[in-house]
Design a protein around this ligand. Structure first.
Ligand code: BES
Ligand code: MN
Ligand code: ZN
Length: 506
């Protein structure tokens, strides 16, 4: 999508649709909405007093300007209650407006920066949120449909109109960041939505190589024989059952700048999780194509980080394989030896994510990282605990956890911390090996993380369980059914604020 910024009054903007807003309960619109109302002879006040428009979040009213100013249509979007107004409300209102414009078949819309006139909200953040809401709200996974049924004509251009000249630079900066971040989230959505026969480990590796080419990153892809030779026995174990070539992907941004702090992002890349010999029930098994959403989030984040030119050394590690049953597949009772040297008793071949990540976390040590964050659709138990509302956060560093919580707050990609108390260790003790890969049903999200903790070295480490947030069967205000791209905005925000935080906190 083309995004442009213009200085001026929106009532003078010549566009097929201009978008203004209203808080709930406001009867005398001010600012740009007031200016449009006056130009329309009180049309907005009229729909308010008639009781037809209340300004609730998600509410819209379409008005025709009838020659009173250059734009043909005006869309008023509700922002909800002023007390509850935040960046998430801006994203939602922007997505609502964009979807409306798309449904009308319009090629362009011009909008004011929702929240841009409110003192408590930074204009740069508001503009970023407008662009994010617009791009994410319009996202659909269409590449495999031959007749573009719900496609229609795309909305091609978004214009942000700002009256105040002093705010223009901030609006432009917000637009730049918002576009980069939203496009990165769309990359993650595409990868995750793409079916398992197309989004194979090879496809993930090719995507990493393409990003490396386009953005000047360093990329290395280890084949089965290569990671086996490195003694990555946990990843090799999971990959035994599949004929689709597995990969261990290493993608690095600023690899040649050793002075920058290194942050490692490890993404679970199970391109299809059948459960293996511990086979899953067939109902909804198709959704397990999304089991590489952690890898997708990490790849999307790498694209954003490179395009934003952040002053960090960022390393993506992606263990990628299918998890399938076969005559060669690992079995319950088998014992694997991981890269760290620890032995693992397999209780369930369906607890495969922690196995492949165990080797990635051990591999991460070689970068001497300032932090390691893994992202994984790890446990059904996390979905039981937090539903589809929040990502599970578990980690060894309070400072890192707090940074992640702050980034979650800013992006609306919510996280909730679960404890990693020593008592949970009892549940993954093995009779025959150093650890077992399943602690049973109770506290399942935590025992999954406790397992990973044994393979994380002494670097600050955090684990994001996105099993409940990576995909959805109900469309949200700016998410379509299917992959959400969760993690990209959160991680990018974390990394974008990393240098400042380090400086200010000493
Ligand atoms: N990929 C699944 C977790 C999952 C479940 C993601 C539902 C999204 C929705 C993971 O590999 C898995 O199967 N985990 C097991 C672990 C158990 C065997 C200890 C689970 O959650 O049942
Ligand atoms: Mn599984
Ligand atoms: Zn899985």
């Amino acid at each position: 999508m083309k995004v442009t910024v213009k200085q001026g009054g929106i009532q003078f903007e010549e566009a097929p649709l201009v978008v203004v807003n209203l808080f709930e309960g406001v009867t005398e619109p001010g600012g740009a909405t007031g200016a449009v109302d006056r130009a329309l002879g009180g049309a907005i006040r009229e729909i308010i007093t008639a009781g037809d428009f209340k300004g609730k979040g998600g509410e819209t009213a379409l008005l025709y300007t009838r020659g009173n100013f250059p734009a043909k249509r005006v869309l008023v979007v509700g922002l909800g209650k002023a007390e509850k107004f935040d960046l998430e409300a801006v994203r939602k209102a922007s997505a609502t407006a964009a979807r409306k414009a798309h449904d009308l078949g319009l090629a362009r819309l011009a909008t004011i920066v929702h929240g841009g006139g409110i003192g408590s909200m930074a204009v740069v953040d508001a503009a970023q949120a407008v662009v994010e809401g617009t791009i994410l709200g319009l996202y659909r996974y269409r590449e495999l449909k031959s007749d573009d049924e719900n496609g229609g004509k795309p909305l091609e251009e978004l214009t942000l109109v700002e009256f105040d000249e002093k705010k223009l630079a901030d609006v432009r900066e917000g637009v730049r960041v918002g576009q980069i971040v939203a496009e990165a989230a769309c990359l993650a959505r595409d990868l995750s939505n793409r079916p398992g026969n197309l989004a194979t480990p090879t496809h993930l590796a090719e995507t990493a190589q393409r990003l490396a080419q386009e953005l000047g990153l360093r990329c290395q892809v280890l084949e089965r024989a290569e990671f086996e030779a490195l003694d990555m026995g946990a990843l090799a174990g999971v990959a035994r059952g599949t004929e689709e070539p597995p990969k261990f992907i290493i993608l690095e941004y600023n690899a040649d700048k050793p002075d920058l702090p290194a942050i490692v992002l490890a993404g679970k890349g199970i391109t299809f999780d059948s459960g293996g010999i511990s086979l899953k029930p067939s109902e909804k098994m198709d959704e397990m194509k999304h089991d590489m959403s952690g890898a997708a989030a990490v790849l999307g984040t790498m694209q954003a980080v490179a395009r934003l030119a952040l002053p960090l050394h960022v390393v993506a590690l992606i263990p990628a394989t299918e998890n399938l049953p076969s005559g060669r597949a690992i079995k319950p009772g088998d014992v694997l030896k991981a890269l760290s040297g620890k032995t693992i008793e397999i209780i369930s071949t369906d607890a495969e994510g922690r196995l492949v990540l165990a080797d990635a976390l051990a591999y991460a040590k070689r970068f001497n990282p300032a932090a390691v964050i893994d992202v994984a659709t790890l446990t059904g138990a996390c979905v039981v605990a937090l539903g589809h509302v929040a990502t599970g956060l578990m980690g060894t560093s309070e400072k890192l956890n707090n940074r992640i919580k702050t980034a979650a707050q800013a992006t609306g990609e919510r996280v909730w911390e679960l404890p990693l108390w020593d008592e949970y260790d009892e549940l993954i003790k093995s009779e025959v090996a150093d650890v077992k890969n399943s602690g049973g049903r109770y506290g399942g999200a935590i025992t999954g993380a406790m397992f990973l903790k044994k393979f994380a070295s002494d670097y600050p480490w955090a684990h994001l369980d996105i099993a409940g947030t990576a995909d959805t069967d109900k469309a949200g205000s700016y998410t379509a059914k299917g992959a959400t791209g969760v993690g990209v905005r959160l991680l990018t925000q974390l990394l974008r604020t990393w240098p400042q935080e380090t400086a200010s906190r000493g």
